[in-house]
Design a binder for this molecule. Structure first.
Ligand SMILES: NC(=O)c1ccc[n+]([C@@H]2O[C@H](COP(=O)([O-])OP(=O)(O)OC[C@H]3O[C@@H](n4cnc5c(N)ncnc54)[C@H](O)[C@@H]3O)[C@@H](O)[C@H]2O)c1
Length: 348
């Protein structure tokens, strides 16, 4: 049995802890967080040990694998600590908010031959999987355009937004990964535009609430991503792929497919599933199961640090594009070391 430690007891750590509890190939050994009240409650619910120190949890001889679901600013230090002790890691996105620091950390992790799976859960969503399979089976021919719509039901609390890294690194980062996955080619060009239409106060933290991004690959395939922090009708998650031989389209998920017909409405349905913890719950579980099965069976992880860097790189390019109001050329081989968040990007 693989013995797993979950680092964190917050929103996403609770999901990963339950996945570990339910996975038959592993044992949820402990959950660690200095937030005593939170970790005690969670560990008690899931019948495992509580630990109040992340580093102590990693060092334990009876822990084989680590899930990093802490606040983002701890990801790199904890990942390095784990890989130096030869413990494989499932790490939440993003690697870090600082791009340059992420590049340096990835190099160091690689020098230790560290095994890290990056938690891009949407690759494990049944809709995304169905899209990818249809593309690989050549059911719609050559991809021409991908449209990813991802809108939150409402603004996150300002305290969250202050440390989130901004809409591109916090929210669009998922869509950048999905875009790369579906396109099957790295983007070579990006144009992004962003506005403050929900809350003008976001200017004080240099953030936006509404953005549109266009990506283009070497062969000319396009992807359009649209994000908004507020959609009054609920969590809007849809993907459309136009190919030379057809179209693929996913729809929003609801608690049931029931439609009601009355004097006032026809085809009325219940609201959309509320937010990511409801809509993507099965993808988090599958993501964790894949992490464990890769370790048990000795397979490569399907997502890695390169994916983490590429998504962050696209976020940095999107910020540069928004600020300069210009398209940005993206190096398809990945970020160059000389690039930083605000200099060195080549403007087209
Ligand atoms: N893959 C995804 O879909 C997804 C979704 C959400 C978050 N994330 C990532 O996961 C990481 C953690 O995010 P999160 O939303 O779970 O963070 P969170 O704010 O819920 O928890 C982070 C930490 O804050 C502390 N904390 C949380 N609630 C507390 C409370 N009530 N009182 C005192 N301390 C408390 C705990 O130490 C906890 O480990 C981030 O890196 C984030 O980017 C990923």
């Amino acid at each position: 049995m693989l013995k797993v430690a979950i680092l964190g007891a917050g929103r996403i750590a609770q999901i990963h802890s339950k996945s570990a509890f339910l996975n038959s190939q592993c044992e949820l050994k402990l959950i660690a967080d200095p937030w005593k009240e939170g970790v005690d409650k969670l560990a008690n619910e899931l019948h495992c040990e509580a630990c109040y120190d992340y580093y102590e949890a990693i060092d334990r001889d009876d822990v084989d694998a680590i899930v990093i679901a802490t606040a983002t600013d701890l990801h790199i230090d904890l990942m390095l600590h784990a890989v130096k002790r030869k413990k494989p890691v499932l790490c939440e996105k993003p690697i870090d908010l600082d791009f340059q620091r992420s590049i340096t950390a990835v190099k160091e992790i690689q020098s230790h031959d560290g095994k890290v799976m990056l938690a891009f859960n949407r690759r494990f969503d049944e809709d995304t999987i169905a899209i990818k399979e249809a593309i690989l089976n050549n059911e719609i021919g050559e991809i021409r355009q991908v449209i990813i719509t991802s809108r939150d039901p409402g603004m996150q609390p300002v305290e969250y937004l202050k440390t989130s890294g901004g809409i591109f690194k916090d929210m669009t980062i998922h869509d950048f990964d999905t875009a790369r996955y579906i396109l099957g080619e790295e983007p070579i060009e990006i144009f992004a535009t962003a506005s403050r239409l929900v809350d003008e106060e976001l200017a004080s933290i240099n953030d936006y609430d509404t953005c549109s991004i266009t990506l283009k690959t070497q062969s000319g395939k396009q992807c359009i991503i649209n994000n908004c922090r507020e959609a009054v009708y609920g969590y809007d998650q849809r993907i459309e792929v136009l190919g030379s031989q057809g179209l693929l389209k996913t729809q929003n998920h609801r608690p049931t497919t029931l439609k009601k017909y009355t004097l006032d409405f026809t085809g009325a349905q219940k609201p959309l599933l509320n937010f990511f913890l409801q809509r993507y719950i099965s993808s988090y579980r599958k993501e964790f199961d894949v992490f464990v099965s890769c370790l048990v069976e000795g397979n490569e992880f399907p997502t890695n640090l390169f994916d983490g860097l590429q998504a962050l790189y696209l976020a940095v390019c999107a910020i540069a594009s928004t600020e300069s109001n210009k398209a940005i050329a993206v190096n398809p081989e990945g970020p160059k070391e000389s690039l930083t968040d605000d200099i060195g990007l080549f403007l087209l």
